[in-house]
Design a protein around this ligand. Structure first.
Ligand SMILES: Nc1nc2c(c(=O)[nH]1)N[C@H]1C(S)=C(S)[C@@H](COP(=O)(O)O)O[C@H]1N2
Ligand SMILES: [Mo]
Length: 324
């Protein structure tokens, strides 16, 4: 597998935080090279968000759309989570995800590619210059947050496996390891494991679609989807699948966990759309973390989460009420 990534459509430099001096990047890079990325945070520290230091950002050091928005405090972004493998309470992932072993880690790439194969995490990261790859994105659901993710475009990874001309979709799967994932053993568990997600190939190849390995200058804590997690900035949070072990290129639209659960509530596209109500609630507003009963911190939701300029063309001619 080639290590140098060539012919990559670069993200506009305004979308990349330039000064990464504050990032503990030497450790990250060294660790990535030595194949011990996961060792930069001891297992116990990984579960304890208080050990992650919030980083100072100055104006302009962020992507085009959330330029003026302050970062969500790291404590909120890493203690109020969804990761049903560890339970359905928002506090469960921070409490239990440290039980997941993330070293060693490998990702299987299969399906409609010329070069299928399994890559170890260190081989994946060996191909990327993470120093340059810090993006500040807003994630949205009923609640929202602004997080500086560290990652690289998924397209760069997919190209290394050479998708064939027939490939039209990408299907992702999360690790399924019941002995380390108490939520998957629970009798109240509603998901047919492993957790699954999917994108259309053009969505997957869009330069804003990221494979992330860190946030706030540190490797991902387990509750955030260590060691490798998808981030699709213009879609609802549930599309951003965590702790990925399998990527399959297909010619048919893959099924996703949330669709399997409630197809009329969660469509395949799941683009952030304030004009299309969820059957049980309006999607006009979101709750920006930190939020509380007395300070709900409600903000209006933006079409495509504010990335319409970059991504609306992917859906030209589609009825977004039908393809929600
Ligand atoms: N494997 C896996 N990935 C997942 C989930 C999950 O339960 N399992 N939850 C999704 C949902 S519903 C949301 S809202 C986001 C939450 O991401 P965060 O905890 O980093 O905010 O992760 C998504 N990725
Ligand atoms: Mo979610």
């Amino acid at each position: 597998m080639t290590r140098k990534i060539l012919d990559v459509p670069q993200i506009a430099s305004a979308e990349i935080t330039p000064e990464a001096v504050w990032l503990n990047r030497r450790n990250l890079m060294k660790a990535a090279a030595a194949g011990t990325l996961t060792a930069t945070l001891p297992a116990s520290a990984a579960a304890d968000p208080s050990t992650l230091k919030p980083l100072a950002y100055t104006k302009g050091q962020c992507d085009a759309c959330s330029a003026e928005e302050p970062l969500t405090p790291v404590e909120d972004a890493t203690s109020y989570n969804n990761f049903y493998e560890f339970g359905t309470d928002k506090s469960d992932p921070a409490e239990y995800a440290h039980n997941m072993t993330i070293d060693p880690w490998a990702v299987q790439v299969s399906g409609l590619v010329n070069k299928p194969g399994k890559l170890n995490l260190e081989d994946i990261l060996g191909g990327f210059d993470l120093e340059e790859r810090i993006y500040r994105f807003r994630c949205v659901e009923a609640w929202s947050m602004v997080v500086p993710w560290i990652g690289f475009p998924l397209a760069d990874l997919l190209r290394r496996f050479e998708p064939t001309a027939d490939a039209r979709y990408v299907a992702f799967k999360t690790l399924y390891r019941p002995e380390e994932m108490r939520g998957t053993r629970s009798f109240t568990s509603v998901i047919d494991w492993p957790y699954k997600e999917g994108l259309r190939l053009d969505e997957a190849m869009h330069p804003l679609t990221l494979m992330t390995v860190g946030l706030y200058g540190k490797t991902l804590p387990n509750q955030s989807g260590a060691p490798l997690r998808l981030i699709v900035p213009w879609k609802y949070g549930f599309k951003s699948i965590k702790s990925i072990v399998s990527i399959e290129l297909t010619d048919r639209q893959p099924s996703t966990s949330w669709q399997e659960l409630a197809a009329h509530e969660y469509g395949f596209f799941s683009n952030v759309n304030p004009d299309v109500d969820h059957p049980r609630w309006s999607q006009r507003y979101e709750r920006r973390l930190p939020s509380s009963l007395f300070k709900p911190n409600r903000v209006p939701t933006q079409l495509f989460n504010g990335y319409a300029d970059q991504v609306a063309s992917l859906y030209a001619g589609m009825d977004l009420k039908k393809y929600y």
